[in-house]
Design a binder for this molecule. Structure first.
Ligand SMILES: *[C@@H]1O[C@H](CO)[C@@H](O)[C@H](O)[C@H]1NC(C)=O
Ligand SMILES: *[C@@H]1O[C@H](CO)[C@@H](O)[C@H](O)[C@H]1NC(C)=O
Ligand SMILES: *[C@@H]1O[C@H](CO)[C@@H](O)[C@H](O)[C@H]1NC(C)=O
Ligand SMILES: *[C@@H]1O[C@H](CO)[C@@H](O)[C@H](O)[C@H]1NC(C)=O
Ligand SMILES: *[C@@H]1O[C@H](CO)[C@@H](O)[C@H](O)[C@H]1NC(C)=O
Ligand SMILES: *[C@@H]1O[C@H](CO)[C@@H](O)[C@H](O)[C@H]1NC(C)=O
Ligand SMILES: *[C@@H]1O[C@H](CO)[C@@H](O)[C@H](O)[C@H]1NC(C)=O
Ligand SMILES: *[C@@H]1O[C@H](CO)[C@@H](O)[C@H](O)[C@H]1NC(C)=O
Ligand SMILES: *[C@@H]1O[C@H](CO)[C@@H](O)[C@H](O)[C@H]1NC(C)=O
Length: 480
């Protein structure tokens, strides 16, 4: 019975995917080249296709086959677009071998075999001879072993994605990348690059059109070298997250004015965070969290303009000093995480919109200042951050004669953590009204007083910790 239900369900899934793909949406009057059709049939014969996704690959008009596109003048096949799907039936994506018959498709510009299930076979080196390719996506397709060096012959390639399950592919060098002179997008996430040394930087610096670089989880080692000159005039995304880079942040990085997103989190960077980040004209997001020994004096760092910066995550570093009053000038900020640093002193009043002339953090939806050395009281102006949903000031030395009244004007707070923040006084009744909307509430380890309402108005699935206060009927519980 169970089996029948499963089969029925699978059929339903296939019907859905087939109707989604089957009638090729490119109306193409021209029949495909006979030689291209033969090459495709041979390519298909090499594949295992348990879900019969290539069922349309039979008749004469190969330009109308699922995943195929042709040049509408010549009928030559220009694209094979066969990405697998992420769903839990991913095992039914095509597997088997990639036959060299693909080399006969002289006009092929686009090849997407991502997410298929080539169980550990090497990437076929002949793909490096498909010299007209502009787009090649072999990501998460189950390939193992070495990236063929002759991929450097693909001089028309604009986009190369060979991201893989962590460390199932590797490369001994990235020198071949210098041959990809048209490259705009390079993604090698999860590819083991522990052997390439530090050459990768100069290799990639030869690519003047590069816009996106994704080298996360690659086991990159060593330092990031000084560059004599920069070719990165178009680079917008630099993702080096989760590697083993032991380096100062290179001075040249802040010279790349085209950068929108920088992520060098979870490495072993050290030295000071260049103040130049604050002056980068297009920087939307900077993530440097969890590095060893990365330092900055807060009052200097936030004197920068940070004009467009929406996401700033500098958590778990060695940032010290006080938050300057110019902090309120970072008006584009949406997510700010400075937790687990050594920031001291009081929170500047400028955090909220008073006085308006000096800006404010009106767009802030999450603010994490936990695990620092902040003291004084939380300024009332926080109450005017009307978009705030996540606030954490856990583990600081904040003191307050009374419960933070500014909370009253907050109606979007969903996650509130001011445990061990030195807050004292009576918990007002309006607080219990707003607590009913929260999914996380931790006000433990303070000096709070008062009587708990019964029952406590909290939403289902809320994690609540009210312990270690002077509340009557106090207890800790987790309702989920
Ligand atoms: C061929 O395709 C191009 C772009 O896809 C389109 O502009 C052109 O009109 C098409 N030509 C014919 C003959 O269909
Ligand atoms: C490659 O394919 C994957 C999965 O289909 C997709 O998420 C990714 O965006 C593609 N990469 C590029 C550079 O287009
Ligand atoms: C392609 O690359 C290989 C290895 O890097 C090289 O020996 C060969 O000459 C290249 N072929 C062409 C056509 O450039
Ligand atoms: C910059 O790119 C050009 C063109 O690819 C290349 O000739 C030059 O060597 C590159 N400069 C550096 C410093 O790599
Ligand atoms: C970066 O900019 C600084 C200041 O404008 C300049 O001195 C330096 O030479 C630049 N570095 C590179 C690699 O372009
Ligand atoms: C970080 O600082 C500690 C203590 O000063 C030192 O032992 C360690 O070697 C430093 N790490 C790096 C990568 O500089
Ligand atoms: C941080 O910089 C400010 C302004 O330059 C300076 O007054 C302060 O002493 C510095 N803080 C520390 C801890 O060095
Ligand atoms: C903050 O911005 C205002 C207006 O943009 C400017 O007048 C003021 O000098 C800035 N404050 C600081 C400390 O940079
Ligand atoms: C907060 O800490 C600073 C040192 O970081 C100290 O000078 C100041 O007096 C403290 N303020 C309060 C209100 O405790």
């Amino acid at each position: 019975m169970e089996n029948i239900t499963l089969v029925a369900f699978l059929l339903l899934v296939f019907c859905f995917t087939n109707t989604y793909y089957a009638p090729n949406s490119y109306a193409q009057p021209v029949d495909c080249l006979a030689s291209d059709r033969e090459a495709l049939i041979d390519f298909k014969d090499g594949l295992d296709d348990p879900a019969n996704q290539l069922s349309s690959w039979i008749d004469r008009k190969c330009c109308q086959w699922h995943g195929i596109r042709c040049d509408n003048r010549t009928g030559a096949v220009v694209a094979i677009d066969l990405p697998g799907s992420y769903n839990r039936y991913g095992l039914l994506n095509p597997s088997g071998v990639v036959r060299p018959s693909l080399m006969k498709l002289k006009s092929l510009r686009h090849l997407d075999l991502s997410l298929n299930s080539f169980n550990g076979i090497p990437i076929p080196a002949f793909l490096g001879s498909l010299e007209n390719l502009q787009y090649l996506n072999l990501s998460y397709a189950g390939f193992r072993g070495k990236i063929p060096r002759n991929f450097g012959n693909l001089s028309h390639l604009k986009s190369l994605d060979i991201s893989s399950e962590v460390l199932s592919l590797h490369a001994e060098t990235l020198k071949w990348v210098t041959g990809l002179v048209s490259l705009e997008h390079l993604a090698l996430r999860g590819v083991d690059l522990s052997m390439v040394g530090t050459d990768w930087v100069s290799a990639i610096n030869t690519l003047p059109s590069l816009v996106e670089l994704h080298l996360s989880d690659c086991s990159l080692q060593g330092h990031i070298p000084i560059l004599p000159s920069l070719n990165f005039t178009s680079l917008a995304v630099m993702d080096l997250r989760s590697n083993d880079i032991v380096s100062k942040i290179p001075d040249w990085l802040v010279n790349i004015t085209s950068l929108h997103h920088i992520d060098i989190s979870h490495n072993h960077m050290y030295g000071s965070i260049p103040l130049g980040f604050g002056e980068m004209p297009n920087l939307l997001s900077l993530k440097l969290l969890d590095n060893e020994n990365l330092t900055a004096n807060c009052s200097q760092l936030f004197r920068g303009r940070w004009e467009k910066t929406q996401v700033l995550n500098l958590a778990a570093n060695q940032i010290y000093g006080k938050l300057p009053s110019s902090f309120g000038n970072l008006t584009s900020l949406v997510h700010l995480d400075l937790s687990d640093n050594h920031i001291e002193g009081e929170l500047p009043v400028s955090i909220g919109p008073i006085p308006i002339s000096r800006g404010s953090l009106q767009k802030l939806t999450s603010l994490d200042l936990g695990v620092n050395r902040l003291n004084g009281t939380l300024p009332e102006s926080i109450g005017q951050l009307s978009q705030l949903q996540i606030l954490s000031v856990i583990d600081n030395q904040l003191t307050g004669p009374s419960f933070p009244a500014w909370l009253k004007s907050q109606n979007k707070v969903d996650y509130l953590d001011f445990s061990n923040a030195g807050v004292s006084g009576f918990v007002p009744n309006w607080f219990w009204d707003m607590s009913s909307n929260m999914s996380y509430l931790n006000i433990s380890h303070n000096e709070l007083q008062g009587k708990l309402p019964t029952p406590i108005p909290i939403a289902q699935f809320t994690a609540v910790d009210l312990s270690f206060n002077k509340l009557r009927d106090q207890f800790t519980f987790r309702q989920c």
